[in-house]
Ligand binder design. Structure first.
Ligand SMILES: *Cc1c(COP(=O)(O)O)cnc(C)c1O
Length: 391
């Protein structure tokens, strides 16, 4: 079954890479904790298994699943989203290479390049990625190797035209990496839109239950940079530097992904309901949700995404009010992260985006971000309206 591409996403999410155990018939394949594998004589590996940093059947099952869901040729899973991003960038960049990044990507992604890769000689600049003229002007032909896109963006939910950016980047000799964490492959397929690489923090919607950290790099068939195959290079850094996902983490992530389609339908429906009921509230200056007809990226998102996702941000009159609002909700728990079944609220200026204060990525202190969970719609709305009333 995993060999053939399933036409229906929900079927692939449950079956790709998940063959039953041939010895016992166990429907759920066993978790392989073994770090090493017996050799039938020196170098006589069974099915290529030698040592778990290199290959592990449980990690393989997650990687096959991720590759199938994103329509990529190969996938590599890591111990966190940032470990995945770091491995990718170290696999493909050399000193002097330039990275062009959206100006409101995840704060930790900017921090990784700015404070880990730039000191090793990589160059970084940021642009408004949803403005194609800015993207064209920001490219440095010959030097720009990577255009890094996050759509919807975090936390302002800007929408970038992946196909258009890919065309512009490819013409300048750069590849396009899309961080698909917010949308997930169920809502958006960046490789089919023209991107070369997808990265994920599987910690968020893919795992889906706020109980396992992980990340992934998924590579499109034949993706190359400067004439060299990208997948082999990422695979080498995964093995050679070793930030792999452990077997228990890989298994938990697979378990989460099986319900991705139903969860994303519900996250999206709950967020749309909430956003529609918050528009025009006297305490809110703005509601940022791509599903709202007056959102600047609405039409593009409708073309590029199946639904509009589970993330909403709102802007209040000032920072003090925003902070109080974030601290006053009860069902929405105040915590970092997103994408779990439970609703969370975040005050980006001091939490997820504290690391980008004073950079072009600084987030207005009047913005609050909501990760809308899959609880009851009425309870979620009552919690938000109650907190606004108490301000
Ligand atoms: C959380 C997150 C990351 C980083 O992933 P970790 O698993 O926390 O290392 C990267 N990108 C986005 C969009 C995220 O939300």
């Amino acid at each position: 079954m995993p060999e053939q591409q399933q036409s229906d996403f929900a079927t692939t999410a449950i079956h790709a890479g998940q063959e039953f155990d041939p010895r016992t018939g166990a429907v759920i394949p066993p978790i392989y904790f073994s770090t090493t594998y017996v050799q039938d004589g020196v170098g006589g590996f069974r099915d290529g298994y030698e040592y778990t940093r290199g290959t592990n059947p449980t990690r393989d099952s997650l990687q096959s699943l991720l590759a199938a869901l994103e329509g990529g040729e190969r996938a590599f899973s890591f111990s966190s989203g940032l470990a995945a991003e770091d491995a990718l960038l170290r696999a493909i960049l050399l000193p002097g290479a330039h990275v062009l990044m959206g100006n409101d990507v995840y704060g930790g992604t900017h921090r990784l390049v700015d404070r880990v890769h730039v000191p090793w000689g990589v160059e970084l600049s940021t642009v408004e990625m949803s403005d194609l003229d800015e993207v064209r002007a920001g490219l440095r032909p010959g030097a720009t190797k990577v255009v890094w896109v996050e759509t919807p963006s975090n936390p302002l939910m800007k929408i970038t035209d992946v196909a258009a950016v890919a065309e512009i980047a490819h013409a300048a000799g750069a590849i396009v990496v899309v961080d698909n964490t917010f949308a997930t492959p169920y809502l958006q397929q960046p490789l089919a839109l023209g991107a070369d690489i997808v990265v994920h923090s599987t910690t968020k919607y893919l795992g889906g239950h706020s109980d396992v950290l992980g990340g992934a790099v998924i590579v499109k068939a034949g993706a190359q940079l400067d004439g060299l195959g990208i997948a082999d290079r990422v695979g080498f850094v995964q093995f050679g530097a070793g930030a792999v996902s452990g077997p228990m983490d890989a298994w938990l992530t697979v378990r989460g992904i099986k319900t991705l389609a139903v969860r994303m339908d519900r996250h999206s429906a709950n967020a749309a309901h909430l956003a529609e009921h918050l528009v025009g509230h006297p305490r809110l200056e703005q509601v940022y949700y791509p599903g709202l007809p007056d959102h600047p990226g609405h039409e593009l998102a409708a073309r590029q995404m199946r639904h509009f996702g589970g993330m909403i941000s709102v802007r209040l009159a000032d920072g003090a009010l925003a902070r109080r609002f974030a601290e006053t909700m009860t069902l929405f728990q105040l915590a970092e992260s997103l994408g779990g079944v439970e609703s969370l609220v975040c005050y980006p200026a001091e939490m997820t985006h504290a690391s980008v204060k004073g950079t072009p990525l600084e987030v207005p202190d009047s913005v609050v971000r909501l990760s809308v969970g899959i609880e009851g719609q009425d309870d979620l709305l009552a919690d938000v309206l109650g907190a606004l009333d108490r301000l």
